[in-house]
Design a protein around this ligand. Sequence first.
Ligand code: ADP
Ligand code: MG
Length: 253
Amino acid sequence: PEKGSLVLELDKARKEFGGLVAVNDISFKLHAGEIMGLIGPNGAGKSTTFNLITGVLPLTSGDIRFQGQRIDNLRARDIARLGIGRTFQHVQLIPTMTVLENVALGAHLRRDVGVVSAALHTDRRSEAELLHEAAVQLERVGLGDYLYEEAGNLALGQQRILEIARALAADPVLLLLDEPAAGLRYKEKQELAQVLNQLSAEGMSILLVEHDMDFVMNLTDHLVVMDFGTKLAEGKPAEIQQNPAVLQAYLGG
Ligand code: ADP
Ligand code: MG
């Protein structure tokens, strides 16, 4: 997509669990090449919002558009094929497989493979091609020296970047990252930020949920703050940092 074009739009997205409103008519827009942060205290509704976008959960009401197309009625697998990649809060790698093999596994969701041909197993790209594409993505994120290492032997920061490479193997337009910096050392966070900045410069759109304020403030172009399911504030990190309602929510007022 062209830089600055609309990639993702939530319009009054709502999710109720019984009587609980976990996501309360949330609206926001994300544009191509942007790094956007979704922050808020525990229980604010951030993960539920991710699950609505990725089709893991159905909406109660409202709608979600990706590159102009309604996606809230699609299945998770089809949403992934349209070009939304994600990583999970807890690392989901196969530790005894190599770094290269872990990424090759992500390539089966490639969006240039039609849903029909994938279902009929008529995607005839060879294993060698998949491994080659995986190596390209690993070089792209700076893990080119670790292709034949067992994934479980990597440091946590490298494993998080490996998960991003696996998502990239499916050729996404938008990456959703759930707390990518959680548990990382300072230097690992810097390396992760460098990878995300580079992807953004290449035109990738990124939406991340994050608890680490310093990490979010330095990295993102735009922030949405949630609290008790509602959108508390939205704007540039510097504005958000000064917002009294946000400070109140974070300081437990
Ligand atoms: P966050 O990721 O911001 O910490 P969540 O989206 O996980 O918050 O949760 C928002 C609210 O919805 C919480 O009160 C949580 O207990 C509730 N919730 C989340 N998932 C479910 C579910 N599957 N069933 C019932 N309640 C849920
Ligand atoms: Mg969560």
